[in-house]
Structure formats: C-alpha cells, structure tokens
Design a protein around this ligand. Structure first.
Ligand SMILES: NC(=O)c1ccc[n+]([C@@H]2O[C@H](COP(=O)([O-])OP(=O)(O)OC[C@H]3O[C@@H](n4cnc5c(N)ncnc54)[C@H](O)[C@@H]3O)[C@@H](O)[C@H]2O)c1
Length: 325
C-alpha cells in the first residue's frame, strides 16, 4: 500500500511512524519542505515538493493538515482516486463534512476518519463490555480529557475559525465515544469557561435511552499535563479508568444471584500504540473490503453534536438534536 501523508506536523509524524511500522510505502508533503525532509529521513520516506506529485504516488492519502484545510484536500484526493484517512475533526461544519463524505462516495473511494480514542485499549475494552450487555442498561457515562493549550495557545488551534475551538477539536473525542457507547443523543447542554488561552468546558448529553453523558474537557492545565478518565455506570456494574492510574482497568460487578466483588478486566498494558492499531484497522478493512469501525455517518453525528455543544456554550441554552445525533 502506497500512503501519502500530507502535513508533517505533530500528527503527520505520529502517522508516519505508524504506517512505517506496518511496512507501508510512505511519502510525505508539507508546505515546509525542510521539515518534511527532516521527518521523513529516519523512515526513508520520499518527500514531494508538490501535492500533485504526492497524489500521483499514493493509493491512500492521509490528511494530517490543520482542520480548516481538510475539506479541500479530501475532495482533491478523492478526485485523484485515492482512498482517504482524515484526522479528526473531519470538518468545521456539518455541511463541509457531508460534502466530503459525498465526494468520496461519488469517486468510489473509502473514507476513514481517525477517531483514535475508539482504538485506545481502555476505551475499546469498556465499549466491548457495554456491547456484551455486562453492565446492563447504562445510566451515567462520565468522561474527562484535559490538556494544555496546543502550541502554547499561539497557533491555528487558537483560532476557532480554523480549528473549531476546544469544544470541537478536543471534546469531539469524548462526544464521539459517548455516542458510540450510549447511542443517539436528543439534547446537549454545555458551559465553557475561558481565561486567556486556557479554556475548560462541561457538556451534558441526554441520550435517547435516558442515559446521560457528562463530559469534561479543557485546554486548561499547565503545559505538559494531559489527563483522561472514564467512568461508565450501568444497572449492574461500573467501569472506571483514569490516566493517573493506568492499569489495570477496574470493573466492579454488582452481585446478581452470586457474590461478585470487584473483577479486573484483563491486564492490557498496550504492546502497540492506538494510532498504529487504528491505521492497521484501516489497512485490513481496506484490503479485505470490510466495514470500518468508524463510519462516516457516525462521524457526522458526532460532528453535529459537538457543534451543538459549542452553540449551547454560547447561548447558555440546551440544544435539541432531534433524532439525528
Ligand atoms: N487524533 C488526535 O489525537 C489528534 C491530536 C492532535 C491533532 N489532531 C488533528 O490533526 C490535524 C493536524 O494537527 P497537527 O497538530 O499535526 O497540526 P500541526 O500544526 O502540528 O501540523 C500541521 C502541518 O501542516 C502543514 N501545512 C499547513 N498548511 C499546509 C498546506 N497548505 N500544505 C501543506 N502543508 C501544510 C504545516 O506546515 C504543519 O507541518 C488537525 O486536524 C488536528 O485537529 C488529532
């Protein structure tokens, strides 16, 4: 598989490492040619000075550009007949996202959006446990993801018109996970606090089942700190995990006719990083014509919910999502 990565920044480097680990033939394009060369060197990846050069040399285009540039590149890659991996958020608006999905469908190429949280072992195990019905009906899902402002708060990330802002860029991860776990949401309410470059928000999703997801997110911590956590409670059990106490994931099962105390899920110290797991999944599904674990329709649903959360944080009012998110 020939993979062309566009964007040699933070994510471009991570994807390059992951593709190389799978033996893919990788090439790279970035407007900063020097940086692209420097990054590609340890992997022997070719560097193209132009996007057109890369498109002619790839079966798959991996979009690692800043978010405001995703639409243009995804459409261009699709027109060139390349399958597409696109970093999240897919787009800055639902309209853009739908146009990108359609462009790929029209061109007969496949689109995979890199919602990597679904590939973190802790999050995937928790999801599988819920899917097997072992927790019973879900009541409350609590998710936390707080880091520091990217690039010290002085880059395209800080410009909501280019990144979507923290609610879209960062909290989308957990909004997507909550919808994947607990199903469609009917209502979203959000509060955002901002002091300079640091911001912190809380989002409440009310799912169609009646379950609630309480999501905390921020570019709020001192530089260098990043904390994530999950806490999923159902009728019959609770799963909790925090990046402060990485392993094992603990599961507390309520007694149902037999005495069950706490049971730990299998230890899963990850032998492989989730970015690689996710791209391996893409490659296998593409090669064998299998469905992706992240579908474009799910991605659009999450985008809709994250944008509604941002709207709620501005108006102070809950936003109804109808049946679509
Ligand atoms: N999945 C995750 O956990 C995760 C984490 C961080 C970022 N992201 C997403 O990944 C994407 C990229 O983020 P990043 O942190 O790597 O950004 P970055 O700013 O570190 O890198 C962007 C790169 O794109 C290049 N670039 C900009 N405009 C270009 C153009 N017109 N043509 C060619 N190259 C161009 C820049 O030179 C830079 O090297 C964003 O959508 C972001 O939201 C996802």
């Amino acid at each position: 598989m020939r993979v062309g990565i566009v964007g040699a920044g933070a994510m471009g480097q991570v994807h390059l490492r992951s593709w190389s680990a799978q033996g893919a033939q990788v090439c790279l394009h970035d407007r900063n040619l020097e940086r692209a060369r420097e990054i590609a060197a340890p992997y022997g990846g070719a560097v193209h000075a132009t996007l057109e050069g890369l498109l002619g040399d790839a079966d798959v285009v991996d979009v690692c550009l800043p978010t405001f540039l995703h639409r243009q590149l995804v459409e261009q890659a699709a027109r060139a007949g390349c399958h597409v991996v696109c970093e999240k958020p897919l787009a800055l608006s639902v309209e853009d996202g739908e146009a990108m999905v359609k462009a790929c469908e029209d061109a007969g190429v496949r689109l995979f959006v890199a919602m990597v949280v679904r590939f973190f072992p802790q999050y995937r195990q928790a999801w599988q446990t819920v899917q097997r019905g072992e927790l019973g009906p879900l009541n409350v899902v609590r998710l936390r993801r707080v880091s520091y402002p990217p690039h010290g708060g002085a880059s395209w990330y800080a410009d909501e018109a280019r990144s979507g802002g923290m609610l879209l860029d960062l909290m989308l991860h957990d909004i997507d996970y909550a919808l994947w776990l607990a199903g469609d949401a009917q209502r979203v309410y959000a509060r955002l606090n901002q002091t300079g470059a640091r911001q912190y928000a809380q989002v409440v999703l009310t799912h169609a089942t009646g379950a609630a997801s309480l999501i905390e997110g921020g570019w709020a911590y001192p530089d260098g700190l990043f904390r994530t956590a999950l806490d999923i409670s159902g009728e019959h059990g609770l799963i909790e995990w925090s990046s402060d106490a990485p392993a094992p994931v603990r599961r507390y099962q309520a007694a149902r006719g037999r005495a069950v105390s706490d049971v730990a899920l299998p230890d899963h110290a990850p032998g492989q990083d989730p970015y690689t797991t996710q791209l391996q999944h893409f490659k296998t599904a593409l090669e064998h014509g299998l469905p992706f674990d992240v579908t474009p329709q799910e991605v659009l649903r999450s985008l809709r919910a994250a944008l509604a959360a941002r709207e709620s944080s501005r108006t102070g009012r809950a936003v109804s999502l109808g049946d679509s998110a």
